[in-house]
Design a protein around this ligand. Sequence first.
Ligand SMILES: Cc1ncc(COP(=O)(O)O)c(C=O)c1O
Length: 368
Amino acid sequence: MKIDNFKVEEWFNMYESDAIYDLADTCVESLSINELLKITGADTDEICSRRLNYGDIHGSSRLKNAICSMYQNQNADNITITHGAIGANQLAMLSLIERGDSVVSIIPTYQQHYSIPKSIGANVKTLFLKEENNWLPDLNAFEKLVGIDTKIICMNNPNNPTGSVIPDEMLYKIAEIARKSNAYILCDEVYRGLEHNGQISKSIADIYEKGISTGSVSKVFSLAGLRLGWIAASKDVIAEVNHQREYNTISVGILDDFFASLAIENKDKIIKRNLIKILEGKKVLTDWLKNESYCHCIVPQGGTTAFVGYDINLSSVDLCQKLQQDTGVMILPGETMELDKYLRIGFGNNPDKLKTALNIFSDWLKIQ
Ligand SMILES: Cc1ncc(COP(=O)(O)O)c(C=O)c1O
């Protein structure tokens, strides 16, 4: 299967190891195993006495039940466990999309949501989010793109890179439009739980019978190293996905399953920790924006990233390459997410480093 280059992941491969200040990252400062055990008060004997067999093939009941606590209407039969959200998105798409199908993708977003359908041979129509709409979908334009032939709508909420959060009423309207066409909605909800006002938005799986939610412990729980994600959807979809899944997963590691269960069972504590870090970083970012005349940004409402526009005469790729070469500050160019003249800045990591790096960036902008 031929597929386009995954531009964001390639950018990381090329530039992350040399970065002095990494503002491209989308995670909240990761947790160590010791920190996780301390926060959750877990017993290390329980882990050390585990036999390292395949474990429960589709994920342990303990883990699935913990995941259900993040939804309103899901139970263990509606969940399957995957290799991160990246594995969840891919499995869902490979299970449901066929050559010739019509797909609507709302972008900018994680490239899987348009490049995988395209690689399968689907006809992909894209709806660009716009800054003037606060990076929320224009429902009139969306309704025009979705037709009776639409098989699936791919979207991401809260959104990477813009940090927009679709209000629940709007999500219901999106579901209503999809329902008229009997289309699935695959909503990548990997940042759901990191809404900055602490109000977790509705999941598409809870409000729409053909809604498919993908999630993981990478962002919300700061455990990207576990490589553990999931799909929540109707039993029919889960059966299709599991059929496909037998060929590429068997099971996720039982240690990953165990640590993820612990983390999700203690979600209130971990989300609280992460929101404190995110809000600290967001303050640094918004204070910086007030004094940075070359840059503008719709303040993010969820997740860990802002999509910052700039007014200098360089493409985003050239800007980011030159900035990193001159200063060691790594920022992700908007072109890797299909929008030039924007930069994705992550603010979930160390706020002091963020402040220093943004000041270096400002000094650099003055001499361009
Ligand atoms: C929107 C989105 N979906 C999926 C992923 C992949 O996440 P995971 O680490 O769970 O595979 C990312 C990672 O940055 C992401 O931003």
